[in-house]
Design a protein around this ligand. Structure first.
Ligand SMILES: Cc1ncc(COP(=O)(O)O)c(C=O)c1O
Length: 498
């Protein structure tokens, strides 16, 4: 029997019945993490003897634990502490699977133990802006103007490549990133996810090898798997993957393309140095593969590191750049674009056409006007300031509260911070305890494609969906839970070996 049960002391002089006292003590131990998920409680006979009470007292306390979702009895085996998420559905309103974590549904952890959020949740799990930040008023102005100006034309089929004036506006937007392209090079897509899907549809034949970083964006992995691609990965590191290892992997597997998120990568927020960007392009040339560059937040460069898009360095037409507007604008609008090398242009257009013919004409026309009226630039400045403030709050709070057994690298931009936890740390238990305190985060495991050994020991903290004034309190609480759980692995608080 665990020592912890020997600490339990019931008060025979109290007005509260003994079973009630036992229930409350065990409930508290479970809620504050002293009794972890799946811990076996002592048998009824053992417990009754230990506490000097009637067995009925223990049976009744266990029944209350079960009725309140704190424990499960397993026939022939005993009573076990339940995962705290099992009692959350009653108050949860929106399962987190509404956003980018969704494609990992085959991960049994996500399927059976969905992270649930409610209106009180401090949500460090979602890397998507909340709807209070959406520029609804200005978008209404441009929508109305488009309807008055274009009438029914706004609702006809549009070119698969995209509404020409919008492509023109986009060439202007990207010029500041040293991306000097013409309307012929731009394809409008219904979100970056569709871009990944179209590329996979056009380029992957069953059995083709696709290379990714690990960990990486789950939505891309799901697409490549759906095309029966063989996936290989290289470990993502601060500054970008080890290029020798990357070259070795390319030589061995000869990928059709590499899917990469070179700036503020999802989930790690690490970025390739400019040297590694050039080296990657060199390898693409030498070993004849394409690069799919997913740029979902490179503009959020708070420390002005000035990373160059791979596409800006792409002299030989190796790179397909995908750019999303979801993290800065309104994700439900479903809008993004690709910059496509000429030799892939026709194949990608055919794939787009067979997917949805064209992205909504009304949305494209409205967004074009939104850019032309200067609303985009001011909205970008507004979002940049908010995210920068949140980023600074996050890093300040982590400096203050993150236990010394953990580490993180300040990425200087993006929307996520990747925390490394000590070896042996149970992220699942933390997830349960945090959920009970109305805090959500994304466990690192869901982003791993398979080969990286430290898969269980990271978590991704996003700040896109957390109100600025909730960040410090949320991280203080989360870090104290991390500290408490770490002390169950390293009770003597010796520094662990990573
Ligand atoms: C790295 C990355 N790429 C693409 C997407 C999908 O973006 P969109 O909403 O533009 O389809 C996401 C969404 O979270 C993402 O994190």
């Amino acid at each position: 029997m665990l020592e912890i049960f020997k600490e339990i002391c019931l008060d025979r002089n109290s007005a509260a019945p003994l079973y009630q006292q036992l229930f409350e003590i065990l409930r508290e131990m479970i809620e504050n993490g002293r009794l972890l998920h799946d811990t076996r409680l002592p048998s009824i006979r053992e417990f009754a003897r230990l506490l000097g009470v009637n067995q009925v007292t223990v049976v009744t306390a266990f029944r209350h634990l079960e009725e309140n979702g704190f424990a499960n009895s397993r026939s022939g085996s005993g009573t076990y502490v339940a995962g705290l998420l099992q009692r959350l559905p009653a108050k949860a309103e929106n399962p987190l699977l509404q956003d980018e974590l969704y494609p990992q549904a085959e991960n049994s952890f996500m399927q059976n133990d969905q992270i649930l959020i409610n209106e009180n949740t401090i949500n460090f799990a979602s890397a998507t802006p909340t709807s209070d930040l959406f520029p609804v008023d200005n978008f209404k102005i441009v929508l109305n103007e488009v309807l008055d100006r274009d009438k029914g034309n706004a609702f006809s089929y549009h070119e698969s490549q995209g509404f020409l004036p919008l492509r023109e506006s986009i060439t202007g937007l990207i010029a500041k990133d040293r991306l000097d392209f013409s309307v012929e090079d731009i394809n409008i897509i219904s979100g970056a996810q569709q871009g990944i899907d179209i590329i996979a549809k056009a380029l992957i034949h069953p059995g083709d090898c696709i290379m990714t970083e690990s960990p990486t964006y789950t939505g891309a992995v799901a697409v490549f798997k759906s095309r029966n691609a063989q996936l290989v990965d290289v470990a993502m590191q601060p500054g970008g993957p080890d290029m020798n290892l990357l070259e070795y992997t390319v030589k061995k597997y000869r990928p059709k393309f590499m899917y990469t998120i070179p700036s503020f990568q999802n989930p790690t927020s690490y970025s390739y140095t400019n040297e590694k960007r050039k080296a990657l392009l060199g390898l693409a040339d030498r070993y004849d593969f394409f690069i799919v560059e997913d740029d979902y937040v490179s503009d959020l460069d708070f420390d002005h590191q000035g990373y160059l898009p791979l596409k800006a360095l792409d002299a030989r037409g190796r790179v397909i750049l995908i750019k999303s507007f979801s993290k800065l604008f309104m994700p439900g609008l479903r809008l993004g674009f690709m910059v496509v090398p000429p030799q892939l242009s026709q194949d990608l257009l055919t794939a787009k056409h067979t997917t949805d013919i064209s992205t909504s004409g009304l949305v494209q026309r409205a967004f074009d006007l939104y850019i032309r009226k200067g609303y985009w630039n001011s909205h970008f400045d507004f979002m940049y300031k908010i995210y920068k403030t949140r980023y600074e709050k996050m890093t300040d709070a982590l400096d203050k509260y993150l236990p010394s057994t953990c580490s993180c690298i300040k990425p200087g931009g993006g929307l996520n911070i990747w925390i490394s936890l000590p070896a042996g740390f149970h992220v699942t238990n933390l997830l349960h305890m945090a959920a009970a305190s109305d805090i959500a985060f994304a466990p690192g495991t869901i982003f791993h494609t398979g080969n990286t050994p430290d898969a269980a020991n990271n978590l991704r903290l996003s700040f896109a969906a957390v109100q600025t004034d909730k960040i410090e309190a949320g991280l203080e609480k989360l870090c104290s839970l991390i500290g408490r759980l770490s002390s169950t692995i390293y009770p003597s608080s010796n520094t662990p070996v990573f």
